[in-house]
Design a protein around this ligand. Structure first.
Ligand code: HEM
Length: 122
């Protein structure tokens, strides 16, 4: 059987990616004001979500239920600028990980449609 993206990338790299990503997000002028709750919990949720998203275990859903991400993001005003900032932070976070460039690109490309889907304001 073919390895999932999660298996190819590895848990350690995914942990590092999430850490780099939120280091950037929590410093970002457009994004940081949106994050008002427990930052460590958000990192853990994102790590578990991305694990599941890239074909790893479904602990995120077992713990938190169906992701319903668009609904979960409705309380946070997300426009084009926020989507682009989110993707920029993600691209930069990937660039800091020492892994196969094609694999990183494929994983990043898979996040682009969900990021635009999360927009909920003009
Ligand atoms: C496009 C721009 C996006 C913005 C501005 C954004 C922002 C946020 C904010 C403000 C929260 C809540 C933080 C809190 O509770 O304090 C959140 C939660 C979360 N976001 Fe995003 N997000 C975006 C896109 C995405 C995408 C594309 C994904 C997944 C591919 C994602 C996955 C998550 C997850 C898993 C949570 C935790 C949900 C939960 O279980 O409570 N987000 N995001």
């Amino acid at each position: 059987m073919e390895e999932t993206l999660y298996e190819q990338f590895g848990e350690e790299n995914l942990r590092k990616l999430v850490q780099h990503f939120y280091d950037l997000v929590f410093e970002h002028p457009h994004l940081s004001p949106l994050f008002k709750t427990d930052k460590e919990l958000i990192k853990e949720k994102q790590f578990l979500f991305l694990t599941q998203f890239f074909g790893g275990s479904d602990v995120y859903s077992q713990r938190y239920g169906h992701p319903r991400l668009k609904a979960r993001h409705l309380p946070h005003p997300i426009g084009k600028a926020e989507v682009e900032a989110w993707l920029q932070c993600m691209a930069l976070a990937f660039s800091k990980i020492d892994a196969d460039e094609k694999l990183k690109d494929l994983m990043f490309q898979k996040l682009v449609p969900p990021a635009f889907f999360m927009a909920n304001k003009e």
